[in-house]
Ligand binder design. Structure first.
Ligand SMILES: C[S@@+](CC[C@H](N)C(=O)[O-])C[C@H]1O[C@@H](n2cnc3c(N)ncnc32)[C@H](O)[C@@H]1O
Length: 282
């Protein structure tokens, strides 16, 4: 795994470079960050965010990996990769996934883009477990992807050093995306479509509601394109259904009787619908 050249110290913002199994900055007071066995590095700034509970927990991440690795959402990350490829006609590209979770999507995006470009992929998530899982997947699949635990609202990344920042179903760090993107870079935001997981909502809720359509344009950006991807996927067993449920926000706010109904559901055809927004800097 190669270490991206655009990492900066979360404490003093000086460039980070590899010294044996650590990343160290070139500041007056040298700060060093150890690399885990998987290759991920904890670049969360010291403070209340830097603890094992920050970001999504192990149960949610494991459910997500089990579900995503069956390919049910590949239509989304495949389309994100195509849109980046179309918008960034460069031979070498740096892609950053802000709020990458366990890294499945970033690995899929990197492996798609590698067919036509030299890729450096960086995944940042507040969850150390997520970054660790991402690094393990990248190593297993031999992908040029580096993962760090970090705060996407204060990214350990130098200015104007990324060609694409991706935000999939995660908070959108508009200011930081504008800072780290090159002038001709793109911010790709994936949000749920109106009928995303409609059939699951119909099991959980007595009166399911549609998602609201459209998201506000992130400050400092202009919208270039909006692409809807939509398909029905068949979830063949309750384990797969519960994996999907566990990785969604419904898991935290579902009524007890709705959860009981879902636990008794043996198979389900669900709509996957996502809207992929491509923005350029204003
Ligand atoms: C709903 S999950 C989406 C994960 C992944 N993008 C996907 O689509 O599977 C949102 C992710 O954003 C991360 N996150 C939320 N706030 C964050 C922050 N301030 N810094 C870094 N990551 C953050 C969470 O830890 C979580 O993994």
């Amino acid at each position: 795994m190669s270490i991206p050249k655009n990492l900066i110290c979360p404490l003093c913002a000086m460039p980070l470079s590899q010294k044996e199994r650590s990343l160290c900055c070139s500041g007056e007071k040298i700060h060093c960050y150890d690399m885990a066995a998987s290759g991920y590095v904890n670049l969360l700034p010291p403070g209340k965010m830097n603890n094992a509970k920050t970001g999504d927990g192990k149960e949610m991440l494991r459910a997500r990996v089990n579900f995503l690795s069956c390919g049910y959402y590949d239509i989304i990350s495949n389309t994100v990769a195509s849109l980046i490829d179309e918008n960034i006609p460069k031979e070498k590209i740096t892609v950053l996934d802000a709020g990458c979770g366990e890294g499945y999507h970033l690995c899929n995006i990197a492996s798609n883009l590698m067919k036509s470009k030299k890729v450096s992929a960086i995944g940042i998530d507040a969850s150390k477990h997520g970054a660790d899982m991402g690094a393990k997947t990248a190593r297993f699949k031999k992908l040029p992807a580096f993962f760090a635990a970090g705060n996407i609202f204060s990214m350990p990344i130098s200015e104007k050093s990324c060609d694409a920042v991706v935000s999939m179903f995660a908070p959108i760090p508009a200011g930081e995306a504008a800072r780290v993107l090159c002038d001709d870079g793109v911010l790709v935001v994936v949000a749920s479509g109106v009928h995303h997981l409609w059939e699951m909502r119909s099991v959980i809720y007595d009166q399911p509601r549609e998602n609201t359509k459209g998201i506000k344009c992130p400050e400092g950006f202009v919208l270039c394109s909006e692409t809807t991807v939509k398909e029905k996927v068949s979830l063949p067993d309750n384990e797969t259904i519960m994996n999907l449920f566990t990785m969604t926000p419904f898991y935290h706010r579902c009524p007890k009787d709705g959860r009981e109904r879902l636990e008794k559901t043996e198979s389900l055809d669900v709509t996957v619908e996502a809207i992929i927004h491509v923005y350029k800097k204003a």
